[in-house]
Design a binder for this molecule. Structure first.
Ligand SMILES: Cc1cc2nc3c(=O)[nH]c(=O)nc-3n(C[C@H](O)[C@H](O)[C@H](O)COP(=O)(O)OP(=O)(O)OC[C@H]3O[C@@H](n4cnc5c(N)ncnc54)[C@H](O)[C@@H]3O)c2cc1C
Length: 279
């Protein structure tokens, strides 16, 4: 009938790609009590529920950071299906796979992916939970002017990541308050006194094994931003760094490389353009 064909056309329009996969996700979300709405939860329970749901969605294979290589629409399809169920879960998921995982994949090189890409698998399971630390209190839309620094210490072959002022604290960092062991930290890269613009660094911010949140590292300040108007399953945090030392290899170096002697090579000439490429 006309009604049925209209329904089919609508279904096609609303699910333009990865149709079977979307159906599998829908059925999974419907099959478990875990995804039933829950009301009046304390803040900490709401956050743990969102993480628990995220790990369940990961375990059923709804998406992989590696999809960015061969089927990016599969990732966006998973977002659309999961977003219908729980906004907090979808927000945590997009930071884990898109902002954190996607940045590691696109700006990183083989050494960042782990032995046999084991780190990418840990991202896929959300056993390695990550955040994306770009915004600073004084630098949101104008993040290109951020103040956090990553200075190369050639004697120890390390970057020293530092928050020089209050307005340089990283604000609103999703997954930052409770769950992230890892962060992609954006900072001005300083080598031999020269500012090379904003670059991204893959760093631990909490200790603990895969799947365990662990404790914040002593050089990392983490403040909880608490309740919001909505999506309270998302843990937003304020991060600051007190001379956090990370190996030189922490630089996500697909576009800019720095060797042990402090020689900087970049395929992007202007520092401002480097920001536009990485952020
Ligand atoms: C729930 C939540 C989660 C977030 N998660 C993350 C995260 O995981 N990682 C992260 O790095 N950041 C995160 N952010 C921060 C977010 O990216 C910033 O809030 C955003 O970039 C805007 O920056 P701002 O809040 O400093 O606003 P501002 O840049 O101060 O802007 C304030 C207002 O001024 C306007 N404005 C600013 N500049 C101009 C201009 N030049 N011309 C005209 N109008 C202008 C803006 O449109 C806006 O209305 C999150 C924010 C929220 C609310």
């Amino acid at each position: 009938s006309h009604g049925q064909s209209l329904q089919q056309e609508l279904a096609v329009a609303l699910t333009p790609d990865n149709r079977e996969h979307r159906q599998k996700i829908k059925e999974f979300l419907q099959s478990s009590d875990l995804f039933l709405p829950k009301y009046d939860l304390p803040l900490s329970s709401e956050r743990e529920l969102a993480l628990h749901r995220l790990r369940a969605v990961c375990a059923m294979g709804a998406l992989s950071v590696k999809d960015f290589r061969d089927n990016p629409q599969r990732i966006f399809a998973a977002h659309e299906e999961v977003g219908l169920c729980d906004g907090s879960l979808a927000t945590k998921m997009t930071v884990q796979f898109n902002l954190f995982g996607g940045t590691v994949l696109r700006l990183g090189t083989e050494k960042h992916f782990g032995e046999g890409e084991s780190f990418l698998r840990d991202i896929d399971s959300a056993g390695a939970c990550g955040c994306f630390a770009l915004t600073e209190l004084g630098f949101g839309n104008n993040a290109v002017q951020m103040q956090t620094t990553a200075e190369l210490d050639e004697r120890t072959d390390e970057w020293v990541i530092h928050t020089p002022t209050t307005v340089a604290k990283k604000y609103w960092i999703t997954n930052g308050a409770c769950h992230s062991q890892w962060a992609v930290i954006f900072a001005r890269m300083l080598v031999r006194g020269q500012d090379h613009g904003v670059h991204a660094f893959l760093c631990r911010i909490r200790d603990g094994a895969v799947g365990q949140p662990g404790q914040p590292l002593p050089e990392v300040g983490i403040e909880d931003m608490g309740h919001k108007m909505g999506c309270n399953g998302v843990d937003n945090g304020i991060l600051s760094f007190h001379r956090l030392r990370v190996p030189r290899t922490a630089l996500l170096d697909a576009f800019t490389q720095v060797d042990a002697r402090g020689t900087v090579r970049s395929t992007i000439k202007k520092p401002r353009d480097r920001f536009l490429k990485v952020a």
